[in-house]
Design a protein around this ligand. Structure first.
Ligand SMILES: [Zn+2]
Length: 283
């Protein structure tokens, strides 16, 4: 089985043993001199803040520090958890979705953005952000099997209501990051021309389920990672000295029942997305 906590640890061990420096996103953006080999690990906290702490502790025990982007919604924005992760030495970023919240009202979206960002900055010295691009409405939990079964009639007959039409991308595009005391965006501010970019969206490293994979550059065009074992082989072979991993830790569950629920949920999500967007998108 792939995408388990153990497999995640194996990836970290392989990176460490093969001389990769683990860089926080903020340090990467701010730095003008980079190590020869490095990896950026970004965690988008979309669904479950509690499981993040377990992984954050595991990373810190291995002397590895990564970047965690938290949504500002009740079930995710748990200050005590975030503070613990921050205290361990990890970076805390703001995973915003203000356009969805403001239903496209851009003035309101900007106000929300500033208000929420202030919370992150005053508590955890947040310097980088990235948008949450989930296609489901924020209050709809479409990820668990139970939720899917409960909402099956809605899925079948009123699918449109489940999806949000508002894109959360690039609130800052017309603004300067410095106006907000930010260093940049965890995706847009990074030049991927020499970086292998991989995302675990849909419990797969492959590209075919990822609509917003805008990284179409040389390195990323030629690579198709089949599994985490394959990724580890690539790390050990040293083909890619610069790697960026987008990881949703909720997906790295060990329990088979959880895994099955996830698998079915992802299938339905993909199908739904295809109907709405023609293609698939990542979160
Ligand atoms: Zn997200």
């Amino acid at each position: 089985m792939d995408f388990t906590a153990n497999m995640y640890k194996e990836i970290l061990v392989a990176l460490k043993n093969n001389g990769y420096s683990f860089l926080l996103i903020k340090d990467f953006i701010a730095s003008d001199k980079l190590p020869e080999r490095y990896v950026l690990i970004r965690h988008d906290v979309d669904l479950d803040p509690f499981i993040q702490l377990e992984f954050a502790e595991m990373e810190a025990e291995m002397n590895i520090f990564t970047s965690y982007y938290f949504r500002y919604i009740d079930k995710i924005f748990k200050k005590d958890i975030i503070s613990k992760i921050y205290t361990l030495g990890h970076e805390i970023g703001y995973h915003y979705e203000v356009n969805t919240k403001a239903q496209g009202d851009s003035k309101l979206a900007l106000e929300l953005f500033q208000e929420e960002l202030r919370e992150f900055q005053s508590n955890w010295n947040t310097q980088t952000i990235c948008p949450h691009g989930g296609s489901f409405n924020p209050d709809f939990n479409a990820y668990g099997l139970g939720a899917i079964i409960k909402n099956l009639p809605v899925f079948l007959f009123k699918r449109k209501e489940l999806y949000s039409n508002w894109s959360n991308f690039s609130i800052c595009r017309n603004q300067n990051f410095t106006d907000f005391n930010l260093l940049g965006d965890a995706y847009d501010s990074i030049d991927f021309s020499e970086i292998l970019y991989l995302s675990d969206t849909g419990r797969s490293w492959g590209k075919k389920h990822k609509r917003l994979d805008r990284v179409q550059l040389r390195i990323n065009k030629e690579v198709d990672i089949k599994s985490s074992k394959h990724l580890i082989q690539m790390i050990e072979a040293g083909y890619y000295p610069h790697i960026y991993l987008l990881i949703h830790l909720e997906q790295w569950k060990d329990n088979f029942k959880d895994w099955l629920g996830w698998y079915l949920a992802q299938l339905i999500r993909r199908k739904g997305k295809r109907i709405i967007f023609g293609k698939d998108r990542i979160n």
